[in-house]
Structure formats: C-alpha cells, structure tokens
Design a protein around this ligand. Structure first.
Ligand SMILES: [Ca+2]
Ligand SMILES: [Ca+2]
Length: 202
C-alpha cells in the first residue's frame, strides 16, 4: 500500500472514531411496552420502576388517552386520590448524567407538577393544564451520598389528575473515543515517552 493511501485510511478511521464520540444512553423508557401495550389504572408492574408512594395510572393507546400519539405514558396521580412516586429499579453509580423526560400538564384543568431527583438533582416542574409534552433536561451529579435512583414524585398530593410523564432518558456525558487531534497528541506523547525510556535504558 502506498504511504498516501495508508494515511488516508488512517485519517478516515480517526474521523469515524470521532463520529462515535457521543453521549451514551444508559437508561431509556417510553412506557410503550408496558402491560402488553394496554393502559391500566393504579399500575404497579412497571418493567423499570417501582411505585414507592401513592399511585400512578398507565394511560394512552386509546385508554384515557389525553395526549394521543404518544403510545403509553404515566399520569402521576393514580386513581386512589393520591399523588404517586416512582423510582427507577436502576441504581446509578457515581458520575455526571443528563436526565431528560417529556412532561405535560394534566390536560384536565389542573396544573401538572412533578419533582425529579437523582444524585444532587432535585427539580420541581409546574406546567399549566393545557401544556403539551415538553422535553425537560437537567444535569445530575451522583455521588455515594446522593439519591442513587431516578425518582419522579407528583407535586399534587391529593386527587386523581396529575401531570403526564413520558420518554425518560439518562445519558452519560460525551466521552469515549478521543477526537483526532487529541488522539494524535496522545500518540506523539507515547512515542516521546518510549524514546525517553529507550534513551535512559541506553
Ligand atoms: Ca410513550
Ligand atoms: Ca389519574
């Protein structure tokens, strides 16, 4: 192989590596696969969540479908008259994460209120009744001292009409494959170190 062809291949490989440097998704839930795709009141059998307080309803797909076109989603106030709390069964290790989710008002005349927690993140979101699903994004630093589960708690203690939750995603920051410039720098550094060692050995 001619040197130019070889360096072209190398450059292409480095560029492709740079393209792979994206935030990694470590948790994702659209709720669409719950309960065989059918809604259920006071649902507790979530694949990725434990209902740790009150109750929540699994709605959508034509079942109390307040915001059609989103598959299944969660009404943070179930049908027991108590706001619900759900906690991820996934425990997040120490690190920095980006938490995003879609949240909407109750679509039944009341504000939707939810508090999300993970590590040092505690954020309460209040949306008016008619606000459609809007994506909320927050940073969360997890240490051993903080909350290791991702939780969502309804901010409406009583009543059956809660805010609506869908599409929860947790990402790690952009890490992984170094960019071409830093890869070259690292290579040059290692080469220098090798030469230095060889010289010392001599
Ligand atoms: Ca959904
Ligand atoms: Ca409800």
């Amino acid at each position: 192989m001619r040197p130019t062809a070889r360096s072209l291949l190398l450059a292409t490989a480095l560029l492709m590596g740079a393209g792979a440097a994206q935030a990694a998704i470590v948790f994702q839930d659209s709720f669409n696969a719950e309960n065989g795709g059918a809604g259920a009141l006071n649902y507790t059998s979530f694949a990725n969540w434990t209902v740790t307080g009150g109750s929540v309803d699994l709605i959508g797909n034509g079942f109390f479908d307040l915001l059609p076109g989103n598959g299944l989603y969660v009404d943070m106030n179930g049908t027991t008259g108590q706001g619900g709390t759900i906690a991820s069964t996934t425990v997040f290790g120490p690190g920095t994460y980006t938490v995003s989710f879609d949240f909407a008002g109750s679509a039944r005349g009341l504000d939707g209120i939810v508090t999300v927690t993970l590590g040092d993140l505690t954020q309460t979101i209040t949306l008016s009744s008619s606000t459609p699903f809007t994506t909320q994004t927050f940073a969360a630093n997890v240490s051993n001292a903080g909350t290791l589960n991702l939780t969502f708690a309804s901010g409406i203690p009583g009543g059956d009409f809660g805010g609506l939750l869908d599409n929860v995603v947790v990402r790690t920051p952009e890490v992984g494959v170094p960019e071409p410039a830093s890869a070259l720098l690292l290579g040059a550094g290692l080469l220098g170190l090798g030469l230095l060692r060889r010289r010392r050995a001599a």
